[in-house]
Write a protein that binds this ligand. Structure first.
Ligand SMILES: [Ca+2]
Length: 232
């Protein structure tokens, strides 16, 4: 049985639109972390990874919050309807939070999948996060966000997923505050019940040059209210 930690990450205190670079980074460092989830299972988190679950009691055994399965197992357990079978970029084991046809005993559940906290080596000012993703949007208030923690600070939102984004290779550059020693990336899936899914695979995190523009971060405001980025 997997040990589940709860460290209060559900309330994401700060909102920050990170720099999103569409161009290849100037710094081509060795990856800090790569993960294909081949060592995960329904009961086992890959070494160094962690999952924070809230209110998953009553969900299907082996499918409570983020778990690790093959896409074939997902389809076998929940059927091939609703785009579930079309994660072609996923290979072998993937990380999956399956909400459709899977609800807690009461209310909604939260689940955050955390990559290992990783030491920054070159401290080049940003990290590049790449992963393959298969996300299907559920009804409000369900949210899905890529988040990052610098050292042991509060998670900041790197990007929100708010529409269907199926079988996609995600490639984002996240500015890192000066003086930061460690980064930890998380996949936050909150306030869901019987409400579609998120699957990811082939995670790679590396150091990178920062994006050309560094947007400001703001506590307590939604990203849509952030000041416009200055022209380059
Ligand atoms: Ca895999």
């Amino acid at each position: 049985m997997r040990t589940r930690r709860s460290i209060g990450v559900v309330a994401i205190a700060a909102t920050c639109l990170a720099g999103l670079a569409a161009v290849a980074p100037a710094v081509a460092a060795e990856p800090l972390l790569t993960e294909d989830f081949s060592t995960g299972s329904a009961q086992q988190v890959p070494s160094g990874w962690a999952i924070d679950n809230e209110n998953v009691a009553g969900m299907r055994d082996g499918w409570q919050g983020w778990t690790f399965h093959t896409t074939a197992e997902v389809v076998s357990a929940f059927g091939d309807s609703g785009d579930r079978a079309s994660f072609g970029k996923g290979q072998g084991m993937v990380a999956v939070v399956e909400s459709d046809l899977n609800r807690p005993a009461t209310g909604r559940f939260d689940s955050v999948l955390w990559a290992p906290q990783t030491d920054l080596i070159e401290k080049s000012g940003a990290v590049r996060v790449r992963f393959d993703s298969h996300y299907k949007q559920g009804q409000a208030p369900q949210t899905a966000q890529l988040v990052a923690r610098f050292d042991d600070g509060d998670p900041v939102v790197v990007q929100s997923f708010a529409t269907n984004r199926l079988d996609e290779s995600v490639d984002l550059t996240v500015d890192v505050p000066a003086g930061t020693d460690t980064v930890q990336v998380g996949w936050s899936y909150l306030q869901s019940s019987n409400n579609w899914f998120w699957m990811i695979d082939n995670v790679q995190i590396s150091e990178s040059a920062p994006a050309p523009v560094t947007p400001s971060c703001s506590r307590g405001r939604s990203p849509s209210q952030l000041p416009a980025a200055r022209p380059g």
